[in-house]
Design a protein around this ligand. Structure first.
Ligand SMILES: O=c1ccn([C@H]2C[C@H](O)[C@@H](COP(=O)(O)OP(=O)(O)OP(=O)(O)O)O2)c(=O)[nH]1
Ligand SMILES: [Mg+2]
Length: 153
């Protein structure tokens, strides 16, 4: 961690009352674990937008990324289909965690369970310089495996 934490306004919605705010599990954690505000079971193969009971006002120039927790992914096949989910700085609706169950069994989430992690990240915006020709490179248009497969070169 470098510097003071960036302050982010957070509002609890009615169904978020009593829940822990997202928090860093360890001193060096990159993401804040965020908990579910609902009891829900996600069937094998199904998706669900999990309520967090929170809305936020991220300062301009930042975003929040919603990332999976590796333990849920590895043990249960529960991950974030749109990872990293993007929370825009101008979004004021409820922050939701989209989950998909890639496992073979239904997965029960209880209110208060940690379902994902939130990473605050700076945003660099681009503007286009439209040109007739791009500069030449050794790679050129080669891609999608053009340098070899997964095995040792
Ligand atoms: O995992 C997510 C992803 C998005 N959002 C909210 C915040 C975000 O600012 C908004 C829009 O997300 P995104 O731009 O990814 O979705 P879209 O399909 O492009 O919708 P829109 O047209 O509203 O931008 O939805 C969440 O709560 N959780
Ligand atoms: Mg969008």
């Amino acid at each position: 961690m470098s510097g003071a934490p960036v302050r982010v306004a957070v509002r609890r919605l009615a169904h978020g009352e009593g829940l822990d705010l997202p928090s860093y599990a360890t001193d060096g954690a990159a993401g804040m674990d965020v908990v579910s505000a609902e009891n829900v079971t996600i069937e094998a193969g199904a998706r669900h937008a999990v309520a967090t009971g929170l809305s936020v006002a991220i300062p301009a120039g930042y975003e929040i990324q919603v990332r999976p927790r590796s333990g849920l992914a590895f043990k249960h096949g529960i991950t974030v289909p749109n990872t990293p989910g993007t929370i825009d700085s101008d979004y004021r609706g409820e922050l939701k965690v989209l989950l998909i169950n890639h496992g073979n069994e239904s997965f029960a989430i209880a209110r208060g369970d940690r379902v994902a992690q939130l990473v605050l990240a700076p945003v660099t915006r681009a503007s286009w310089d439209e040109v007739e020709e791009l500069d030449a490179t050794g790679r050129g248009s080669g891609g999608f495996g053009s340098t070899g497969g997964h095995a040792r070169l």
